[in-house]
Design a protein around this ligand. Structure first.
Ligand SMILES: Cc1cc2nc3c(=O)[nH]c(=O)nc-3n(C[C@H](O)[C@H](O)[C@H](O)COP(=O)(O)OP(=O)(O)OC[C@H]3O[C@@H](n4cnc5c(N)ncnc54)[C@H](O)[C@@H]3O)c2cc1C
Length: 420
């Protein structure tokens, strides 16, 4: 971890080094700005193994019973994301006064965005598609943030793009990275953000650091809380969504399932109900089966086939003053999950699956807590001058697809606006 001298003043202080923080840091360092990244986690070798993933995994309660997941590490949640790359909703942003088209063009040149050829999928994904198509569903491929040159035989964790690579570039270009520090609040003078306060891991003393522009990029489960604690009053005043999901797994003898790029194929069943490929790599499958206490399935990965059901829930709930997310999932949403579940089971049975089990309800992703043109303006600046938010907290709640590509575009857009 870099040592800081308290008298150092930065052009930009970026809180969090995930998708948005890493992209912003990379862009601003290229512009020769003096950048400080404050990151709660640490740099670790990224490996898709239990000892590699488990220490990064962090859960936050978002409803009475459900928790959302994030990675606390340098590079953020892309450490264990799936790599699905939904196309950014340029028109939605344009209607909010934000033109992301230049950023998207750059991103298309810089990141590996590919539709995976069939030979990159495991037999369980191909079988699932065959069955869904047979029952009349459109089972469409999604683009993926996957470098095909790095996939020698199908699935490869290393081939998925990760934000950590952008943090490394930023540091190579002069950005300072301070790890294992948790930002607690923003410091203001005359309604203007001038710095942040932070704590070092396992220590209680508070440090302060100052800069011209302060950007919160700590993610949907942290930036809204930092804003609350910094005195912003209307955080989450429209509620938020969590898009509950449930997965179903069955067994087909001799299927030969392998590690697999999950989430790369899906369909819309009806308004608000979605079905998708849930064929996770073996490590995640085993963790899931242990959590569900399904031991027959735990030891039968090579026969497994899985499908997920997701429902768009309405905006409701709030973030309380002590930073707790509160929401209740309605009976209507649970009924939609059951309806999707019935079709999911049909697809699995049509594929020949037996011994079908279902997971408890999970959170797909929390979102919608801050609104562009209300909590932040179209330059992502808050009511406080020089305080910006750039992460999933500000994505429009109408866009509920995998957000990474859009977040990279949004961070690039902001890097052009900060000193425009
Ligand atoms: C299992 C899973 C699979 C996913 N799959 C996909 C997918 O296929 N495609 C897709 O597009 N998206 C996917 N996502 C979502 C995607 O990874 C995240 O939405 C995205 O990484 C969010 O980026 P971010 O910059 O908002 O936050 P993050 O990437 O979460 O980064 C936030 C950073 O801030 C740090 N931080 C937090 N609090 C503080 C603090 N107080 N002080 C300092 N630092 C702090 C964290 O350690 C972290 O590094 C997935 C998510 C999960 C959990």
């Amino acid at each position: 971890m870099t040592q800081l001298h308290s008298e150092t003043y930065y052009d930009a202080i970026i809180v969090g080094s995930g998708t948005c923080g890493a992209t912003l840091a990379r862009e601003l360092a290229k512009q020769q700005k003096k950048v400080l990244i404050l990151e709660k986690g640490a740099t670790v070798p990224l490996k898709e193994t239990l000892p590699g993933i488990a220490p990064l995994l962090n859960e936050v309660k978002v409803t009475e019973k459900l928790k959302d997941m994030r990675a606390i590490t340098t590079g953020g949640t892309t450490a264990f994301y799936f790599g699905v790359a939904a196309t950014p909703p340029l028109e939605t942003f344009s209607s909010l006064g934000m033109d992301l088209s230049k950023a998207y063009k750059e991103v298309q040149n810089e990141l590996p965005i590919n539709y995976l050829p069939d030979e990159y999928f495991g037999p369980q994904s191909l079988k699932l598609r065959e069955s869904a198509l047979d029952l009349g569903h459109d089972w469409e491929k999604q683009p993926m943030l996957v470098d095909l040159d790095k996939c020698t035989s199908g699935y490869s964790y290393e081939a998925k793009w990760k934000a950590k690579s952008f943090v490394e570039e930023a540091v190579e270009n002069g950005a300072t990275l301070l790890e294992k520090v948790e930002v607690t609040n923003v410091i203001f003078e005359n309604n203007k953000a001038v710095g942040v306060a932070y704590k070092e891991k396992k220590k209680s003393n508070i440090h302060k650091v100052y800069g011209e522009k302060i950007i919160l990029a700590a993610g949907i489960l942290a930036s809204p809380v930092i804003l609350q604690k910094s005195g912003m009053k209307n955080v989450g005043n429209h509620g938020f969504y969590v898009d509950p999901n449930r997965v179903y797994f069955g067994l087909i003898p001799k299927l030969g399932s392998t590690n697999n790029f999950v989430g790369a194929m899906e369909t819309k069943l009806e308004d608000d109900i979605f079905l998708g490929d849930a064929n996770v790599p073996k490590l995640f499958y085993q963790l899931l089966m242990i959590s569900m206490l399904k031991f027959r399935h735990l030891f039968s990965f090579s026969k497994s086939i899985g499908i997920g059901v997701k429902v768009h829930d309405p905006m409701s709930g709030s973030v309380s003053e002590d930073g707790q997310y509160r929401k209740k999932i309605s009976e209507d949403v649970l009924a939609k999950l059951d309806k999707g579940g019935k079709e999911a089971i049909k697809i699995l049975q049509n594929a020949g699956a037996k011994h079908i089990v279902k997971s408890p309800v999970n959170v797909t992703s929390t979102g919608g807590l801050l609104k562009i043109n209300e909590h932040v303006n179209s330059n992502l600046e808050t009511q406080f001058k020089n305080l910006y938010v750039c992460d999933r907290s500000v994505l429009p709640d109408t866009f509920r697809k995998p957000p990474t590509l859009t977040l990279v575009c949004m961070a690039k857009y902001l890097s052009d606006k900060l000193w425009a």
